[in-house]
Design a binder for this molecule. Structure first.
Ligand SMILES: O=C[C@H](O)[C@H](O)[C@H](O)COP(=O)(O)O
Length: 220
């Protein structure tokens, strides 16, 4: 089974969590793209979705699902999104597609966060995948120097402008033993909008797709 087939499998399994909810929060990425394709088949049950990126907005509209403004919907019942890494505490590293800030906002505004990923994303310690940090353009070099002080090697994701008009530094070689502390420390650097650690707001349910099916991990 290819990684993409595993993503498709796990996206289909996430449909269970959309039942009974007229308004959904929808993340970004290749796994979520499969979910949107599946949602197209049940769109009659969906009033609309709050989208975490321009890419997701376009895809939702293409399949005929109305895109709603989070300011109008109020708190959401469920948010479904992928991850670049997820640890045994359901903390995630996200933002490989650059959508981390809006993802973090919708995740925070939702009662349940469902993480969908292929099983290669499950790790013991976060940080092998470079940690994305969204920064205001004029602060890029300053923030990069501060990230070096934290032991990382920031690399500017050149030619990428986020949906919010900012830039991204991908921080390599961080061993993130305390994700909550790291999330907070990086977010305290002036110029940082947010970083891709989802430690303070971990997932509530993790669905992992693998060759033997979907493994469902729920918090006790
Ligand atoms: O910015 C992108 C998001 O955080 C994605 O959820 C993450 O990169 C995982 O993407 P994919 O489902 O394509 O592996």
């Amino acid at each position: 089974m290819t990684p993409d087939e595993m993503k498709k499998l796990v996206a289909q399994a996430a449909l269970e969590y959309t039942k009974g909810h007229a308004v959904l929060g929808i993340g970004t990425g290749s796994t979520v793209n499969h979910l949107i394709d599946f949602l197209a088949d049940v769109k009659g049950d969906i009033e609309g979705a709050v989208s975490s990126s321009v890419m997701t907005t376009e895809r939702l509209k293409k399949v005929g699902i109305p895109v709603l403004d989070l300011n109008d919907t109020g708190p959401l019942e469920v948010y479904i999104d992928g991850a670049d890494e997820v640890n045994p505490h359901f903390q995630m590293l996200k933002g490989g597609g650059g959508a981390l800030t809006r993802e973090k906002i919708i995740g925070a505004a939702s009662r349940q966060f469902i993480c969908i990923a292929d099983e290669s994303k499950a790790v013991d310690v976060l940080g092998k995948f470079p940690l994305p940090v969204e920064v205001i353009p004029m602060s890029r070099s300053y923030v990069a120097r501060e990230l070096v002080k934290l032991g990382g090697q920031p690399v500017w994701r050149e030619n990428v402008v986020t949906d919010n008009g900012n830039v991204i530094l991908d921080v390599h070689n961080l061993t993130i033993l305390n994700p909550k502390e790291m999330e907070q420390t990086i977010n305290n650097i002036p110029g940082v909008i947010t970083n891709g650690l989802f430690a303070w707001r971990p997932a509530d349910v993790v669905l992992l797709g693998g060759p033997n099916g979907v493994r469902k991990l729920e918090k006790r």
